[in-house]
Design a protein around this ligand. Structure first.
Ligand code: AHR
Length: 629
C-alpha cells in the first residue's frame, strides 16, 4: 500500500466519532441515572408498581392525589397506631433489584408532611434473605400542612446485586410521603442525585466528539402526549412530570411494563454530561410527529408553533446569557455559563412529505434567529428503500446542513457498503451516520449478539466513513447502553447490570476510532485505488497535525493472515518504531461480565525502515498503526 502523507484530502471534524444516547434498554432510568428507587413518586400507571406494602395491624397505607395543580399529584398517606416491626411496611424492589456495594454511603431522601407527628421510619437495604446490608432510622421533625424534604445518609456493610429498600414504621401518627429516593454515594463527580460513575466513565474513556440525546424513538413518543418535551425535564426534580417510555412495550424477548421516564436525567443534565466528557451536545427535538412505527400521530401544520418555539427556546436555554428568559433558568440550575450549543436535530426517523413540510417550517424559524446553528434532519432507516431515498433527495434539494442516516444491517451489508460515501456530493449536505450497528446471529445461538463478527464488519465499514470525512462529519453506533435484565433492543454498545459494566467488541472498535481520529484524511491506495474490500482488506489513513502522527487503520476480514508493505510517501523522515494496536479473535467471540476483555486492544510495536512498514495482519483483525512523523 502507498500512503501520501503530505497530500491531505479532507479535514476530519472534531465531531467525527460520537455517542448516541437514548433511554432504551433501561439506559437512563434503571441505568445511567443512579436513582435506586423505582416509581419514587407513585406516578407510574399503577401507583404502587415497584412497591409492596404490608398492613398487619390497625393503620393504613393509602394512595392519594393532591388537589392543587402539580406535575406530581400522587403521594402515600401512612397511618400508624402503636405500630411495631411487622405491622406497617413498604418495600421497593428497585429497577430489577438494587445494586448495593459494600462500605459505600447511601443517600436517602423523601418529601413529607404530617398532621399528627409520632411516626419513626426504619430504613434498611435487605438481601433476598431479608438480612440487612445497611440501615438507619429517620424521625420526621416538622408538622403542619406544608411539605418538607428530609435526608439521611447511611453506610452499607455488605454488597448485593439485587437488594431491596425496606421501610417499617414505628409509633402512632399520620404522615404523607412522596419522592422516596435513594442514591449511591459514588455518583459521577459525586453529584447528588447524579449518574452512575462507572457508566459515565465508559463514555468519557471514548473521548466522544459529540453526544446525541435523548434518542431515538423516545423523542417521538408512542403518541404526541408521550413525546419528549425538554421543558418538562428541567428545574426541581420533584416537579418534572414523568411519562411512559416509548420502549414500554411487549417485545417478545423482554417486556417492560414498568418502563417510565422520570426525567431525573433531563436536558440540563444531558448538557452537563456533554460538557463533562468534552463532547459537543446534539439534542434532537420532536418535529410534530409521533413515532411512525407506532401511532403516527401528527400535529396539524397550523398548530406547529409551540413545537418550533420549544426549539427556539432550547437554543436560548443552552446559549442565552443570564438576562434572557431561558438563560436565566439555566443559571438558576447552577450553570450561568452557556453550554455552547452548535447543532440541533429536528425529528427522528420521521418520513413522508409530512416530515419535509415540518422541517421547512422549523428551518425557516430557526435559521432566521440562529443562522449559525447547524440543523440535523433525518432520512431515517433502511437506506435501500424508497422512503429513505425520497427523504435524502428532498433534504439535499433543500440544502439541509446535516442529514442523519441510520442503518441496522447484516455484517455483509456493512462490508459491501464501505464505499457508500465515495460518490456523495462533497459540496452539498453533510452526513451524520447517526445510528448504525451490524446485526448478526451467533452460530447455533441467539440472534443479534455483539460479537467480533459484528464489530469487525463495523470497523471495516468505518474506514469508508473516515476516508469520506469530506462529506461524513459525524457517526455514532446505536443503541449505546443495555441493562442485561431489561433490554428491548440488541445488539448494544455497552452492557450493564446493577453493579457491573462491560464494553462489547463493537465498543472497542468505536473507542479506537475515536481515540485515534487524526485531523486530515490522506490517501491510502493499493494499485492506485482506495482499499475497500480488495483481498478482504479495508483501510484508511489520517494525519494528526497536533500530535504529528500518521494513523493507519486496517481491517482484515479474511481467515488468513496477510503480509503487506506500507510505503510512506511525501515525508522526509519518520520514527523508526511505530505503535501498533490490534483487535482480533474468532468471529464468534464475545465479551461478557465474566470476560470483559475477551476482545480487547493488544499493544505492540513494528519497525519503520526507509519509510516502509512490513505489516502482518492477523486473520480477522483490526489494526491501528501510529507512526510519529
Ligand atoms: O436505536 C434504537 C432505535 O432505532 C431508535 O430509537 C430509533 O431511532 C431507531 O429506529
Amino acid at each position: 500500500f502507498t500512503v501520501k502523507v503530505n497530500e491531505p484530502v479532507a479535514p476530519i471534524q472534531s465531531t467525527m466519532w460520537g455517542v448516541f444516547f437514548e433511554d432504551i434498554n433501561f439506559g437512563a432510568d434503571g441505568g445511567i441515572y443512579a436513582e435506586l428507587v423505582k416509581n419514587r413518586s407513585f406516578e407510574f400507571f399503577k401507583p404502587l408498581m415497584g412497591w409492596s406494602v404490608k398492613r398487619k395491624q390497625e393503620g393504613d397505607i393509602l394512595v392519594l392525589s393532591r388537589k392543587e395543580a402539580t406535575n406530581n399529584p400522587r403521594f402515600l398517606r401512612l397511618t400508624a397506631r402503636n405500630a411495631v416491626k411487622g405491622d406497617l411496611e413498604l418495600t421497593n424492589e428497585g429497577f430489577r433489584g438494587m445494586g448495593i456495594k459494600k462500605d459505600l454511603r447511601y443517600d436517602f431522601s423523601f418529601l413529607y408532611r404530617q398532621a399528627a407527628p409520632g411516626i419513626t421510619m426504619h430504613l434498611s437495604l435487605i438481601n433476598s434473605k431479608g438480612e440487612s446490608l445497611g440501615q438507619t432510622v429517620i424521625k420526621p421533625a416538622e408538622s403542619g400542612a406544608a411539605w418538607h424534604k428530609q435526608s439521611v445518609s447511611f453506610q452499607s456493610v455488605a454488597a448485593d446485586p439485587k437488594a431491596k429498600l425496606y421501610i417499617w414504621l414505628e409509633g402512632t401518627g399520620v404522615i404523607d410521603v412522596d419522592m422516596i429516593s435513594l442514591f449511591p454515594g459514588d455518583t459521577w463527580k459525586n453529584r447528588s442525585g447524579g449518574m452512575r460513575g462507572d457508566m459515565v466513565q465508559m463514555l468519557a474513556d471514548m473521548k466522544p466528539g459529540f453526544i446525541r440525546f435523548p434518542g431515538g424513538c423516545i423523542v417521538e413518543g408512542v403518541d404526541l402526549a408521550n413525546r419528549y418535551q425538554w421543558k418538562k425535564t428541567i428545574g426541581p426534580v420533584e416537579e418534572r412530570q414523568l411519562i411512559m417510555n416509548r420502549w414500554n412495550i411487549e417485545f417478545p424477548h423482554k417486556a417492560a411494563p414498568d418502563y417510565f421516564q422520570t426525567f431525573g436525567l433531563g436536558f440540563f443534565e444531558y448538557f452537563q454530561l456533554a460538557e463533562d466528557i468534552g463532547a459537543e451536545p446534539l439534542p434532537i427535538l420532536n418535529c410534530g410527529m409521533a413515532c411512525q412505527f407506532n401511532t403516527s400521530e401528527l400535529v396539524p401544520l397550523e398548530d406547529l408553533d409551540p413545537y418550533v418555539q420549544d426549539a427556539l427556546d432550547l437554543i436560548e436555554f443552552a446559549n442565552g446569557d443570564v438576562t434572557t428568559q431561558w438563560g436565566k433558568v439555566r443559571a438558576s440550575m447552577g450553570h450561568p455559563q452557556p453550554f455552547h450549543l452548535k447543532m440541533l436535530g429536528v425529528g427522528n426517523e420521521n418520513w413522508g412529505p409530512q416530515y419535509i413540510e415540518r422541517v421547512k417550517v422549523f428551518t425557516k424559524a430557526l435559521k432566521a434567529k440562529y443562522p449559525d446553528i447547524k440543523l440535523v434532519n433525518s432520512s431515517g432507516t433502511d437506506p435501500d428503500n424508497e422512503r429513505f431515498n425520497y427523504l435524502n433527495g428532498e433534504l439535499r434539494s433543500m440544502n439541509a446542513d446535516i442529514i442523519d442516516e441510520h442503518y441496522y444491517r447484516s455484517p455483509d451489508w456493512f462490508l459491501s457498503n464501505a464505499s457508500r460515501y465515495d460518490s456523495y456530493d462533497r459540496k452539498g449536505s453533510k452526513i451524520f451516520a447517526g445510528e448504525y450497528a451490524a446485526h448478526a446471529k451467533i452460530t447455533g445461538g441467539t440472534n443479534n449478539v455483539n460479537s467480533w463478527r459484528t464489530a469487525l464488519a463495523e470497523a471495516a465499514f468505518m474506514t469508508g466513513l473516515e476516508r469520506n470525512a469530506a462529506v461524513v462529519n459525524m457517526a455514532s453506533y446505536a443503541p449505546l447502553f443495555a441493562n442485561t435484565d431489561a433490554w428491548q433492543w440488541s445488539p448494544d454498545l455497552i452492557w450493564v447490570n446493577n453493579l457491573q459494566v462491560y464494553g462489547t467488541p463493537d465498543y472497542h472498535v468505536q473507542k479506537l476510532y475515536s481515540l485515534n481520529k487524526g485531523t486530515q484524511v490522506v490517501p491510502l491506495t493499493w494499485e492506485g485505488k482506495a482499499l475497500a474490500g480488495q483481498d478482504s482488506l479495508y483501510a484508511t489513513a489520517a494525519v494528526d497535525e497536533k500530535t504529528k502522527e500518521l494513523i493507519i487503520k486496517i481491517a482484515n476480514v479474511s481467515a488468513k493472515a496477510q503480509n503487506n508493505v506500507l510505503a510512506l510517501e511525501g515525508v522526509k523522515k519518520t520514527a523508526t518504531v511505530a505503535d501498533c494496536i490490534v483487535l482480533k479473535g474468532d468471529l464468534e467471540s464475545v465479551n461478557s461480565f465474566e470476560k470483559p476483555d475477551n476482545i480487547a486492544p493488544q499493544q505492540s510495536t513494528v519497525a519503520v525502515k526507509n519509510k516502509k512498514v512490513a505489516l502482518t495482519l492477523a486473520p480477522y483483525s483490526f489494526t491501528v498503526l501510529k507512526v510519529k512523523l
